[in-house]
Design a binder for this molecule. Sequence first.
Ligand SMILES: Cc1cc2nc3c(=O)[nH]c(=O)nc-3n(C[C@H](O)[C@H](O)[C@H](O)COP(=O)(O)OP(=O)(O)OC[C@H]3O[C@@H](n4cnc5c(N)ncnc54)[C@H](O)[C@@H]3O)c2cc1C
Length: 350
Amino acid sequence: MPLSIVRNAELKSLNTFGVAASAASLITLEHESQLAELRAALADGPAPFVLGAGSNVLFTAEVPGTVLRVRLRGVRIVSDDAHGVVVEAAAGEDWDALVRWSLEQHCYGLENLALIPGTAGAAPIQNIGAYGVELSDVFESLDAIDLDSGVTATMSVADCAFGYRDSVFKRTGAGRWLVLRVRLRLARRAQLRLEHGDIGLALSAAGIASPTPADVAAAVRRVRRAKLPDPAQLGNAGSFFKNPIVSTAQAQRLLAGNPGVPNYPAVLDGAAARKLSAAWLIESCGWKGARDGDAGVDTRHALVLVNHGQATGAQLLGLAARIRDSVEERFGVRLEAEAVLLPRPPDWER
Ligand SMILES: Cc1cc2nc3c(=O)[nH]c(=O)nc-3n(C[C@H](O)[C@H](O)[C@H](O)COP(=O)(O)OP(=O)(O)OC[C@H]3O[C@@H](n4cnc5c(N)ncnc54)[C@H](O)[C@@H]3O)c2cc1C
């Protein structure tokens, strides 16, 4: 099957914000047999932007280069022994479908990551996480092709250098590595993580005292549906900002004047630090439910920017910048975007 290459391609249906934008060209990779053709097509141009399901991206303006959409498919069990079950998913597999499939196979460990939108190949990029579990907790390895050299590498947890919503891929520049497949080490015997209050409450509300992994996944789905807008109904990319991590000294100064700021243990540059709730900081600045035309802040969750219909990427970015600046002015803490901004404006950090 030849590679699909579309010039002046519309991206509105390819991002969960639902913002209109176009790319100079859109290449869709359906099968690994197309990799040689892909490299030839990219040979003379700049690195492409690799796109999964577009659930963590804000197209801030027209994309001058190539968007490479990954639709590689396939899931299988690679090994199953006393050390666990290694499951391999091609990069284009839907993440939540993989969570469901793994539970059907009696492979446990992904329950808390249910209903996170996106593809398996994107999961390592920002080390997806929710309800006390991160991808890195179950990650075994991945295969990725260096689009510059054409060399395929297998990368371990250490190679990926995972951090909070971070990995080596976010630091080495977009478009160099194309993740082809991801392997996860899951367990035959569940070790449920219920310490996140919302999960416990959802299980109690359902009258479940001894939950199965499927019960936990169902509880996570209920909690998420109650808290987060469904991109099919209201455009969004989940949390727009990361929770900021500050030094212990800065946290103490901030807490002295604002004792209510929720904060948690974290590590910053190898030292003990505190992670602050970005939602609390944003809400305290009065942004929850705010609206500027069709660009808005969700009424239930202050971390989520939403597109009420026809918002452009520039309008959403403008709103995000005002939120960031007001939080910095009031609390002295600069928020960073969790969503990937494309093109990235100069005044936004990586
Ligand atoms: C309603 C909602 C809730 C969300 N909740 C959470 C949450 O709880 N936790 C969380 O961590 N995230 C959450 N997210 C963010 C999002 O679901 C994740 O970041 C997800 O992994 C993005 O997957 P994607 O396929 O849509 O990636 P995209 O948005 O298409 O791309 C994201 C990044 O990954 C890169 N990328 C994608 N595929 C590949 C590949 N094959 N090879 C190399 N690079 C690639 C892109 O270049 C880009 O840098 C949420 C989003 C939404 C809309």
